[in-house]
Design a protein around this ligand. Structure first.
Ligand code: UD1
Ligand code: CA
Length: 471
């Protein structure tokens, strides 16, 4: 949310570049950190800072980039095409030409700078307004400034221009003050300045950065120093990993602040679109991906990987469990070493124990699948017990079939249920049974060879076998 009352301003976000340095076929701005594409981080920042309009310039991989921003932000973004990637200045020109009425202040952001705090945009807008500057510029100092444009100042310390890394002289290359790429510019000035850009530089492109020199000539540049850790741009996979680590740490700290118990801030991997309530606890090396929800009092222990999973209050997910697109009911318990595959819906106080796998199955309140079982395509009532080693044989090689288990059913260990099959409420299946026909309510099903005991046979057999072994 904006922290003060700015006059309405527009954001232009540049996202048309190819990102060859990523060495990837995916458009750069669609690479993700903490589960969210770079472009969406930037759009989110602009909207949070209070942008009245948000124009996203697309070009390379335009269909995919457009789909992403429209899905995530709907009508809050306007997508503009830059037909040819002729530089950042040309991208801004495309945005301005898409709407000749666009006026007021324009904040230009690069779609590859995902970590800018929204409050920093406010600070920049304030600074340029206070200085009545045509152009406000973020700056930062970097011990190793390679890759960034350098900020040239005159003897009085006023900004003169920006020189791109590739265009630097040896002297200029030593400058540590860099251009993080965040500008607040008067729209009328910007329109005029963009028209004056020329491509006489190492890349033969129209550089947005050259607008700074035009503003400087009017004595009209304000600067605000920021922390490069927040302003870092992603050009290659290394930058992406650095940003991801920082985003992850920020998320972990904000969760700790709201009362989530965290074992290790450095090894928690919670995606940006997950929700964890205060009073929950998250162990070391826990990954919450996509859109997980973890409610108060729930505990996710070490090494669990959850993707799009809802964990209700006071549920326990014990070490090294993996769950996807599933829900875990209030007070339920999962793991250690359980695997919940998509559409596993575990009821309150139910239990899935070690080395059990579930898929597309509802497990009623208080029901248990404690050890080494596979339950797939199942509908299991309340208070049922699924014994160790039970298999729901749901697949006949062509189709999947459903196994229905009534309330309070007891399934003995090592049972196979050949679906489609229904076991009525309160029925009891003897261990080792292969269930191929429906079992009526309160019945016992037993289907196994009768046991015979042959007295003394083992001793005789052993003796015979030993004699055979002797030379
Ligand atoms: C740019 C700045 C540099 C700054 C750095 C900060 C320019 C000329 N240089 O360099 O001073 O230090 O960012 O991170 O602006 N894009 C388009 N259309 C284009 C070209 C680029 O939309 O024709 C987009 C890209 O998708 C990207 C952003 O603009 O999101 C920046 O482009 P990039 O090529 O990464 O610029 P840098 O070399 O990093
Ligand atoms: Ca960049």
């Amino acid at each position: 949310m904006p922290t003060n009352q700015q006059a309405p301003w527009s954001a232009i976000i540049l996202a048309a570049g190819e990102g060859t340095r990523m060495k990837s076929s995916r458009p750069k701005v669609l690479h993700t950190i903490a589960g969210r594409p770079l472009i969406s981080w930037v759009v989110q920042t602009a909207l949070e800072a209070g942008a009245a309009r948000c124009l996203v310039v697309v070009g390379h991989g335009r269909a995919e980039v457009e789909r992403e921003v429209v899905e995530a932000f709907g009508a809050r973004v306007e997508v503009v095409l830059q037909p040819e990637q002729r530089g950042t200045g040309d991208a801004v020109r495309c945005a301005l030409e898409s709407d000749p009425t666009l006026s007021g202040r324009v904040v230009v952001l690069y779609g590859d700078c995902p970590l800018i705090p929204s409050g920093f945009i406010d600070v920049l807008l304030d600074a340029s307004r206070a200085a009545k500057a045509s152009l406000g510029l973020a700056t930062a100092n970097l011990a190793v400034p390679e890759g960034y444009g350098r900020i040239l100042r005159d003897a009085e310390g006023a900004v003169v221009r920006i020189v791109e890394d590739r265009d630097c002289s040896d002297e200029e290359r030593k400058i540590n003050e860099v251009n993080p790429g965040l500008y607040d510019i008067d729209a009328a000035f910007l329109r005029n300045a963009i028209g004056q850009l020329t491509p006489d530089n190492a890349q033969g492109q129209l550089y947005l950065t050259d607008v700074v020199e035009l503003a400087a000539r009017r004595g009209s540049v304000a600067t605000v120093a920021g922390d490069m850790a927040d302003l870092i741009g992603v050009n290659d996979q290394r930058d992406l990993a650095i940003c991801a680590a920082r985003a992850r740490r920020r998320i972990a700290e904000s969760l700790a602040e709201k009362g989530v118990a965290i074992t290790d801030l450095d090894s928690l991997y919670v995606d940006a679109d997950c929700e964890v309530e205060g009073g929950a606890s998250l162990g070391a090396q826990v990954h919450l991906r996509g859109r997980c929800v973890v409610r108060e009092g729930a505990s996710i222990d070490v090494g669990c990987v959850l993707t799009d999973v809802v964990v209700e209050a006071n549920a326990l997910v014990l070490p090294y469990s993996v769950a996807t697109d599933s829900s875990i009911g209030e007070g339920a318990s999962v793991g250690p070493f359980s695997h919940l595959r998509p559409q596993s819906e575990l009821g309150p106080r139910s239990k899935v124990g070690n080395f059990s796998e579930t898929k597309k199955t509802t497990l009623g309140e208080g029901s248990k699948v404690n050890h080494l079982a596979y339950v797939g395509d199942g509908v299991i009532g309340k208070g049922a017990n699924i014994g160790a080693g039970t298999i729901f044989c749901n697949y006949d090689g062509e189709q999947k079939h459903t196994t229905v288990i009534g309330d309070d059913v007891f399934i003995g260990s090592d049972t196979q249920l050949v679906a489609p099959v229904t076991v009525g409420r309160g029925a009891y299946i003897a261990s080792g049974t292969t269930v191929t026909r429906d079992v009526p309510e309160d019945s016992l099903a037993v289907g196994r060879a009768k046991q015979q005991n042959k007295k003394g046979y083992a001793a005789r057999l052993r003796a015979r076998l030993r004699r055979k072994k002797e030379p």
